[in-house]
Design a protein. Structure first.
Length: 155
């Protein structure tokens, strides 16, 4: 018969030390992981903005320099311009995901620049002139900053 002392097992102190070390590692890793996920979502939204701008350029070249005057529905309806419909703006931590497009017809030319509704902002009128925007300009409709400290509307 074996005695209890000859069995191999972890002592209570070893278990407590292991839990303390594991907790410290988890406390450092979780915030880093959350930041990494947010940066990935931001990168995806910036890439979708690039896709939207490319689709607008292609549309304009097909239509003798004329951009859509709607809420970009003509781009989303034709897979030649946007496969899979309107891209999603995912502004992590500031707004829910959205495919909505806000135009200068909705808010007026002064308010569109300060649009903080999420989604996309689109200058859809060639008649309304503004020194800062050209017909066909599209940007992210958020005045918050990303993880790099840049304001979303600057992209």
């Amino acid at each position: 018969m074996r005695s209890l002392r000859s069995r191999r097992a972890f002592t209570l102190i070893e278990i407590v030390v292991f839990i303390a070390i594991a907790s410290a590692l988890i406390a450092v890793a979780i915030p880093k992981f959350a930041t990494m996920i947010r940066r990935t979502r931001e990168g995806n939204t910036k890439a979708r903005l690039g896709t939207l701008r490319s689709a607008l350029s292609l549309y304009a070249s097909d239509n003798m320099g004329r951009f859509p005057t709607d809420r970009l529905g003509s781009l989303a309806a034709d897979p030649k311009y946007l496969k899979g419909g309107m891209p999603v703006a995912d502004i992590a931590g500031s707004h829910p995901t959205s495919q909505e497009v806000t135009t200068n017809d909705d808010l007026g030319k002064a308010a569109l620049e300060d649009n903080d509704l999420g989604g996309w902002s689109y200058w859809n009128s060639e008649k309304q002139k503004d020194p800062g925007y050209a017909w066909g300009a599209v940007w992210i409709g958020c005045t918050h900053t990303d993880t790099q400290g840049s304001v979303w509307t600057f992209y």
